[in-house]
Design a protein around this ligand. Structure first.
Ligand code: GDP
Length: 322
């Protein structure tokens, strides 16, 4: 259990996952979370991280800080993805060890698994085959992070655990075409097409890849559950079972947004892996399952996006990530 005797810190509280964790923790009565914006604390800088740990001495850490992006951002900026993620992880995991953090939860991603892993993907598929090339730099950084948690547990007895969520979406996402994932990118494109009365909208790739989507509030719930009920070296998959083709996803988003024009596929853009469905038997055995149905989650995310647009796009979320 998070005993509340020391500070609980969400690293990366401006991101999709971090925001959901903060919402959830605040709803659970965690009032003074020590949050620092990027201009106050650059997690890529060891000296700044050190000073933060010295001053705050967090007892529980959710490591949700990462440079993340959709398929195009990963293809065009792999250097930033590997550099920033390695640095953030090394700085935070090492500081957590030195400052005696009671428990740390590291967030990875389903892209750590081999491109052609058997589906649904079990945790032990890790490192059994070649990775998907479009996000290999990001995946290798995340694999290094989870391995670091495992190594620190083995050598120093640190209670550091790792969660691997499937594709996430929800309020607080990046609604920017160049760096966003598929749900916010399509939501924005359909929204703008409807407003501009366009006849068609382009969807990247063939439309045939299948993806599983998990609402970020479900992930926050899973993260708290794992913090409270899990303390082992194996990673834990977190998925929803909500698996659809990209073509089907596009139809559902178009319906939510109210766009009734044509959907066209753009084969010049990459598809990524054909399928990424996670086996969630471990989380189920721990007593956790996802609850948000995809259509309801999409509606709720679109409501949030419309409010952001209506209020002039305040919040980092509809701008490209820095
Ligand atoms: P991935 O699961 O790491 O590939 O993450 P993405 O969310 O970026 O992409 C998921 C799938 O959606 C891929 O097959 C993309 O080709 C497809 N896709 C279709 N349209 C878009 C779009 O506008 N943006 C993104 N990011 N992906 C899109």
């Amino acid at each position: 259990m998070i005993d509340r005797e020391g500070a609980t810190w969400v690293a990366g509280h401006r991101g999709l996952v971090g925001r959901a964790l903060v919402r959830r923790l605040e709803a659970d009565g965690f009032t003074d979370l020590p949050l620092r914006d990027r201009d106050q604390l650059d997690l890529r800088r060891e000296d700044e991280v050190e000073r933060f740990f010295e001053a705050v001495r967090p007892a529980y850490v959710f490591l949700a800080a990462a440079r993340v992006g959709g398929i195009l951002a990963n293809v065009t900026r792999p250097g930033e993805f590997i550099h920033d993620n390695l640095r953030i992880q090394v700085n935070l995991i090492e500081a957590a060890r030195r400052y005696g953090v009671k428990k740390l939860l590291f967030l990875g991603s389903s892209c750590i698994y081999p491109k052609y892993a058997e589906q649904p993907i079990r945790e032990d598929a890790l490192l059994t085959g070649p990775l998907e090339p479009t996000n290999r730099a990001y995946a290798v950084a995340k694999i290094a992070g989870l391995e670091m948690c495992r190594a620190y547990r083995a050598q120093y007895g640190c209670r550091f655990i790792s969660l691997m969520p499937t594709n996430l979406y929800g309020p607080g996402d990046t609604f920017d075409e160049a760096s966003g994932h598929v749900v916010p990118s399509l939501m924005r494109r359909f929204h703008e097409a409807r407003r501009g009365r366009s006849e068609s909208v382009a969807v990247w790739g063939s439309g045939r890849p299948r993806r599983e989507f998990l609402h970020v509030d479900d992930l926050a719930d899973a993260a708290l559950h794992a913090m409270d009920h899990y303390d082992g070296e194996e990673v834990l998959n977190v998925g929803s079972g909500n698996e659809v083709t990209i073509a089907e996803l596009a139809r559902r988003i178009a319906a939510v947004v109210g766009f009734d024009g044509r959907i066209e596929f753009d084969p010049s853009k990459p598809d990524g892996p054909p399928r990424k469905l996670l086996d969630v038997a471990r989380m189920t055995a721990l007593g956790w399952t996802a609850s948000m149905p995809l259509d309801e989650g999409l509606r709720q995310t679109y409501d949030w996006y419309r409010n952001q647009v209506a209020s002039g796009g305040s919040g980092a979320s509809i701008r490209p990530s820095a």
